[in-house]
Design a protein around this ligand. Structure first.
Ligand code: N01
Length: 541
């Protein structure tokens, strides 16, 4: 007999979704409004935004251009929303996601301030039991993770951190009220996309900024600007075409990678093309030649151009040499874009320390000590990245059939099918999970494709009177091989310290995590799987 108790009815759902960022919001809309499911989002934060709820560090701004950093499912939504800048900052993205949540009346089905700490599959009932930090248990037939790829902060375990008498922050858990750097001696650890965005802004007010660099990085100017009325009008007029490009190209951006090789042009023409791309700025620099990420010699031409730019901007030759001492192919790590990053090192209140040569040994009560020197600091900023892709999923403590922990199933690295499902974990879907294009694609595009695929799959089950979908070991083995093959034809695995490989977290298995075969190919694979009756999945009652 069904449980008629209203208290338990409020804890039983068709679908539970973890996370209220781009992915969770759209998944809720799809399941609730298109399929009529009773769905609920559980969100640890007190508002929508996902990664943008937490990442409020100085300079936090998207590297996709605003006209491409949108949902594309609603023409009306696209037409009524207007971005103000070429790249939206974190606050504007939160305003956008709040607008979406309000426009589609999503917040009533989101529980904020609710951190998921466990999820267990009950085979007999075919339901997931999800536990929250507050000790509540909620159940659902389907469990969908929308936890993002970069949401588990990686704070290196430097000895002595607890003794530090100043303040320290990780950029991915930034205080909402901001941090006042005025007159402070600030140490910034990390020179990935985050550190490169934060350094110039911190330097504006800090008494002194010391940047601790372990791996030198490329960066291309963002050239952020307020959007002109003409550009805004152009975007609205060309919405259909912009959407078409985003949905058919390899990276989900609103531009195509040029179909020419670096060797199709003369050295002078190549230089001119790089100069034009540098002047234009942003991620399109990667798209100048089709073989930049495939052919090391082609990549070297881009790398040398970018290193020369560093040498031409940074006045002190020793600092310039250290910044340009880059040991990996361009774009083999996620390529940052910046606003005045290299020029920041020309300021008298900024210095650069090589912590590859002399590693950080400990945090002291008054600062930081490397092998060679002591640096007195008032504030330490950890721009040290994330336990990417697998971290947010493993933190949920998911247990599948027979109580098998996901952590055990992924002991040697993530194994799944299409980045969407793991054998032994029926009715669990992982939006933009490892093994999907995710971080190698403009995220909203990857997210929409996954949310829609999951929605179609659940609709199919319901239409057939089935209750369970689960991938197989064989499908996973085949997919893991395809993910490796796709990575290995590119230069991506050559950046041996990349978070794509899990290399930034000590002890994490080294597995190339995202699917590098491109969004267009991935989309076609998913469509073919559906057309073949969900090939690689077992559907049952
Ligand atoms: O993190 P990262 P992030 N001692 O891992 C260093 C997205 N994002 O937050 O390279 C000393 O890239 C580490 O050094 P190394 C984007 O996808 C997007 O910057 O490991 N240093 C590295 O320099 C991006 O790729 C946007 O040797 C240590 C840095 O910390 C992803 O988020 C903006 C260390 C970490 O770089 C992550 O970027 C920001 C240690 N023990 C982020 N441990 C935009 O949209 C780590 N490091 C623009």
């Amino acid at each position: 007999m069904p449980d008629m108790n209203p208290a338990s009815a409020s804890r039983e759902f068709d679908a539970l979704i973890v996370g209220a960022g781009f992915a969770g919001l759209y998944q809720l809309l799809c399941l609730r409004d298109r399929l009529g499911l009773k769905a609920q989002v559980l969100e640890a934060g007190d508002g929508v935004g996902g990664t943008w709820y937490w990442n409020r560090y100085p300079g936090a701004r998207c590297d996709s251009e605003s006209h491409a950093y949108n949902y594309t499912f609603s023409k009306e939504l696209f037409e009524e929303w207007e971005w103000t800048e070429r790249y939206p900052d974190h606050a504007e993205i939160r305003r956008y996601l709040n607008h979406v949540a309000d426009r589609f009346d999503l917040k009533k089905d989101i529980r904020f301030g609710t951190r998921v700490v466990g999820a267990r599959y009950d085979e007999a009932a075919n339901r997931w039991s999800v536990t929250t930090e507050a000790g509540e248990t909620l159940t659902a037939q389907f469990l969908i993770t929308a936890v993002g790829c970069l949401s588990t902060a990686n704070v290196p375990k430097f000895p002595g951190l607890e003794s530090f008498q100043g303040d320290w922050y990780h950029t991915g858990q930034w205080p909402h009220e901001g941090v006042d750097f005025t007159g402070k001696r600030v140490g910034l650890i990390g020179t990935g996309s985050t550190g490169i965005q934060a350094a110039p802004v911190i330097a504006e007010t800090a008494a002194h900024l010391t940047v601790f660099q372990r791996t030198a990085n490329y960066s291309v100017p963002a050239h952020n600007v307020p959007l002109s009325p003409e550009f805004k009008a152009w975007v609205k007029e060309n919405h259909a075409e912009i959407r078409r490009i985003m949905h058919t190209n390899t990276n989900g951006q609103a531009f195509f990678i040029e179909d020419r090789s670096a060797w199709d042009v003369t050295p002078e023409q190549r230089q001119a093309l790089y100069e034009a791309a540098w002047a234009k700025g942003g991620l399109q620099f990667r798209g100048v030649f089709r073989d930049i990420l495939l052919d090391k010699a082609a990549n070297d031409t881009a790398a040398e151009f970018l290193k020369n730019k560093i040498r031409s901007i940074v006045k002190d030759p020793a600092t310039a040499a250290l910044l340009a001492d880059i040991d990996h192919p361009y774009a083999a790590k996620r390529p940052p874009i910046d606003t005045d990053y290299f020029a920041t090192f020309n300021r008298s209140n900024v210095s650069l320390v090589n912590v590859r040569a002399a590693p950080i040994e400990r945090i002291t009560p008054t600062g930081l000590r490397t092998r060679d020197a002591e640096y007195p600091l008032d504030i330490i900023v950890f721009a040290t990245g994330f336990d990417a892709m697998t971290g947010p999923l493993l933190k949920l403590n998911i247990e599948g059939r027979s109580g098998q922990p996901l952590a055990k199933a992924w002991e040697a690295g993530p194994r799944n099918y299409l980045g969407l499902q793991v054998a032994g974990f029926p009715n669990l879907f992982t939006i933009t999970g490892p093994g999907s294009p995710s971080v190698l694609c403009n995220m909203p595009v990857a997210i929409e494709q996954h949310a829609e695929w999951i929605t179609d799959c659940i609709a199919h089950l319901r239409a057939k009177g089935l209750a369970r979908v689960e991938t197989t070991e064989a499908a996973m083995a085949d997919w893991v091989a395809k993910v490796n093959e796709a990575a290995n034809v590119t230069l991506l695995p050559q950046a041996h310290h990349s978070w794509y490989l899990g290399a930034n977290v000590p002890g994490k298995p080294r597995v190339f995590m995202p699917y590098a075969g491109g969004m267009a190919r991935y989309r076609a694979i998913c469509e073919s799987v559906t057309a073949k009756g969900y090939e690689g999945f077992v559907l049952s009652d």
